[in-house]
Unconditional design. Structure first.
Length: 226
């Protein structure tokens, strides 16, 4: 696959201390992580598999997770969903870890550190692992955040929870709306307002590829090239 975006070119270039700049967005569409498909893992030269859950948030076996159709497939979705374990995890007041949709397939299972340059989260850092792709988004890193927006895929969360929550892009607009989510997803929604103190959408960040923390690899089941 050709790498057309600035993000792609930055990833291919020798990494500097602050390799490139971009923006963050948020999303939670309940869809099967796109990096879980065998062809995505092969293209990215990733090691391991990406964990997939069923409608009831139970882990699927790796063989089934590779082939189970996404809940967002049209027409008629399968039983492949995003696991609740992909929510952001605050480590300190200024550092979190989590997961994201990043660029094209080649980014699968790689980890990236983002440091916010503006807004209430300015100076805070987060290391995310790419478990999904977001083609055509350039330098954006889309952090998987419950209540973060369902984009073009309302069918995933509708199938899993009977409804969507918040706007398609940007998701819920206040911490009070986090109460509209299922109990096991509320913590990840509150993270955006408590830890990040911001909606995080279109905020400028410095981005650098880094080694994946063991905690993220244990949750996702995979590791990427570095």
């Amino acid at each position: 696959m050709r790498m057309h975006t600035a993000f792609s070119l930055a990833l291919a270039a020798p990494l500097a201390e602050a390799a490139w700049t971009g923006v963050t967005k948020t999303s939670w569409d309940c869809c099967k992580p796109s990096c879980a498909w065998p062809e995505s893992l092969a293209t990215a030269k990733a090691r391991g598999d990406v964990r997939v859950c069923d409608k009831h948030d139970r882990l699927l076996s790796f063989p089934r997770g590779r082939t189970e159709q996404s809940s967002c497939y049209k027409p008629g979705g399968g039983d492949g969903y995003l696991c609740s374990s992909y929510q952001p995890i605050p480590i300190t007041n200024d550092y979190s870890i989590g997961f994201a949709a990043v660029g094209e397939i080649w980014a699968c299972c790689r980890c990236f550190e983002v440091k916010w340059r503006e807004g209430p989260a300015r100076g805070k850092r987060m290391v995310v692992q790419a478990v999904s792709n977001n083609p055509g988004t350039g330098t954006a890193i889309t952090i998987l955040t419950p209540g973060g927006g369902f984009g073009n895929n309302p069918q995933g969360c509708t199938a899993q929870h009977g409804k969507t929550t918040g706007r398609a892009n940007g998701g819920v607009t206040s911490s009070a709306e986090c109460e509209l989510l299922p109990d096991h997803l509320k913590g990840g929604c509150y993270w955006r307002f408590n830890w990040a103190r911001d909606h995080l959408n279109d905020r400028a960040v410095d981005i650098d590829q880094v080694d994946c923390p063991a905690a993220l690899k244990e949750i996702s089941g995979c590791d990427g090239e570095f």
